[in-house]
Design a protein around this ligand. Structure first.
Ligand code: JCZ
Length: 247
């Protein structure tokens, strides 16, 4: 998979040189290109923003640098254009399902806005030649799209075949498709068996895999009921057995 990032703060993406994603880049599983939007400005001050039409606080990112940047990265009339992802508080929710969908794409371009956002004509122009998704990470407001891009790239990158050492880790994720899609992950434990007088739950040391699986499901259900009762509404009655009503 190729990912192109456009930003006025390229240094934000140094984080993509380390850990899982750094290894994925070095092994060729992930091909990341970071572009400085200011490379497509032509004035002495390398201006990327201006005052908003209609008034209001802050500045808006000018369309010209974005148009030239996207034209350079995605030559017009490409028969296989990338999907353009634009992080924004006012977009569709970014979910595990959307991350999985993006992980199946061969080429993504992420436009990282700043200030009050990008002149909307950039979105409209891009839509004439590539799919464009405006995506929100949640109901909170960041100062720009870079951190949102990092979060999405990590969520997408870890789903790429070969990136995670243990493929099973992905299937057991919270929100992963399938049985666990509805539940939050329960608590996890490792050695030592007792730490600060706190023992690991006995069931996990029992070796009874069926009982362990049931315990983990019960704990996941308990955690989901406590922190995300809204997710329980997605459960079909047949997904719950009589034990669940007592969790
Ligand atoms: N979910 C979420 C996205 C954002 C976001 C994304 C891009 C920009 C550009 C300027 N401010 C931004 C904020 N905040 N919260």
């Amino acid at each position: 998979m190729r990912i192109d990032l456009v930003t006025i703060f390229p240094e934000y993406f140094a984080a993509l040189d380390i850990s899982l994603l750094g290894k994925a880049r070095r092994t060729g599983l992930l091909d990341v290109h970071v572009h400085d939007l200011r490379d497509w400005t032509h004035d002495r001050h390398r201006t990327v923003d201006d005052t908003p039409y209609g008034g209001g606080p802050g500045m808006v990112m000018k369309p010209e640098p974005w148009g030239e940047a996207l034209d350079a990265i995605v030559p017009p009339h490409r028969s296989d254009p990338p999907r353009l992802i634009i992080p924004t508080p006012s977009g569709r929710p970014f979910t595990q399902a959307l991350a999985a969908s993006y992980a199946a794409e061969p080429w993504l371009v992420v436009a990282c806005g700043r200030y009050e956002g990008i002149d909307y004509r950039v979105v409209e122009d891009a839509r004439t030649r590539m799919p464009v998704d405006e995506v929100s990470l949640g109901d909170f407001v960041l100062a720009g799209g870079e951190v949102a891009a990092l979060v999405m790239i990590e969520a997408i990158g870890r789903l790429l075949p070969g990136v995670l050492g243990n493929a099973a880790s992905v299937t057991d994720d919270s929100f992963a498709p399938g049985a666990m899609e509805t539940f939050l992950e329960g608590p996890v434990y490792t050695k030592p068996p007792v730490w600060r007088e706190r023992p690991v739950p006995d069931i996990l040391l029992s070796g009874h895999h069926g009982a362990i699986a049931r315990w983990r499901r019960d704990e996941a259900l308990r955690r989901t009921a406590r922190y995300r009762p809204d997710l329980l509404g997605r459960l079909a009655p047949e997904d719950l057995d009589e034990r669940d009503r007592t969790v």
